[in-house]
Design a protein around this ligand. Structure first.
Ligand SMILES: NC(=O)c1ccc[n+]([C@@H]2O[C@H](COP(=O)([O-])OP(=O)(O)OC[C@H]3O[C@@H](n4cnc5c(N)ncnc54)[C@H](OP(=O)(O)O)[C@@H]3O)[C@@H](O)[C@H]2O)c1
Length: 254
């Protein structure tokens, strides 16, 4: 039982950046599994869009902050691979799912800290570890970070630290998985118009003007600025890119 069409698994592929990643990966001729946390309706819509592109797609529920449920998740992935994709393994893992939680350093609670670290670091670490038996050799991993690991704004110390930890872990993953032909990279977007953190950028002229003033290419960013970059990393053409942090921010805060 095998299929030649490669398969990517995009966490948080139901909305925002993950949705655009999933669609662009499908445009490259891959089949796609997306995960959602609460919005099954949004996930179903993405599946329809991918199927209209002529690729296979499916969605599974996953909370990337609940590490104890990852074994169950991968047994569902295994069933799905067999039933829907006639495959035993997948080829690319995109660790994209996440939440925005603003919390000034002096006021950050242990609860908020744990939630952000679980979703943005511990979850990424162990989801990737537990994905390894199901990931084909010569596949790839893309971890989504943020421009906020290079430049700093108040209120995101835990979020940005967790992403920074993922960036370092990415280098170690690349080092330790390279003998399987697996490349591992980070894509670090600048601010993008999505629902992230309650959205708001699209309607906030003042914020837009500020973003433009600090960005070499003076405009705000949309998911279509990010999705194709991640999709490129899910191709053989990008195989020699390894252990890199690719910032996709239009040149912010240079
Ligand atoms: N937007 C930005 O400005 C920006 C900039 C830099 C980096 N990023 C990073 O890009 C990634 C995607 O952000 P986005 O802007 O696309 O956010 P978004 O529009 O809010 O979408 C978030 C996605 O993640 C899923 N999700 C949320 N919490 C989850 C959890 N606990 N477990 C599993 N899935 C969960 C959501 O599922 P449901 O649909 O079911 O809720 C949704 O699919 C995040 O890692 C974020 O840190 C975003």
């Amino acid at each position: 039982m095998s299929t030649n069409t490669k398969i990517a698994l995009v966490t948080g592929g139901s909305r925002g950046l993950g949705r655009e990643m999933a669609l662009n990966i499908a445009k490259k001729g891959l089949n796609v599994i997306i995960t959602y946390n609460s919005r099954k309706d949004a996930a179903d819509a993405v599946i329809s869009e991918i199927e209209q592109l002529g690729q296979k797609a499916a969605a599974l529920r996953l909370n990337t902050g609940l590490i104890a449920l990852f074994d169950d998740f991968f047994s569902r992935v295994q069933d799905l691979l067999e039933d829907k994709f006639a495959a035993e393994k997948f080829d690319y893992l995109i660790n994209n799912a996440g939440i925005a939680l603003q919390s000034p350093f002096a006021e950050t609670t242990e609860e908020a800290f744990d939630e952000l670290i679980n979703i943005h670091y511990k979850g990424v670490y162990f989801l990737t570890q537990k994905a390894l038996p199901f990931l084909n050799d010569n596949g790839g991993i893309v971890n989504i970070s943020t421009g906020l690991t290079r430049f700093s704004y108040p209120g995101v110390s835990v979020y940005a630290s967790a992403k920074a930890a993922v960036e370092v872990a990415t280098r170690y993953m690349a080092k330790e998985l390279g003998n399987r032909g697996i490349n591992v990279n980070v894509v670090a977007p600048g601010p993008v118009v999505t629902d992230f953190g309650g959205g708001g950028m699209e309607d906030n002229e003042q914020m837009q003007e500020y973003m433009k003033s600090i960005t070499a290419i003076p405009r705000i960013a949309y998911p279509k600025d990010i999705g194709p970059v991640v999709a490129f990393l899910c191709t053989d053409e990008a195989k020699w890119i390894n252990a890199q942090r690719i910032e996709v921010s239009g040149g912010m805060n240079l």
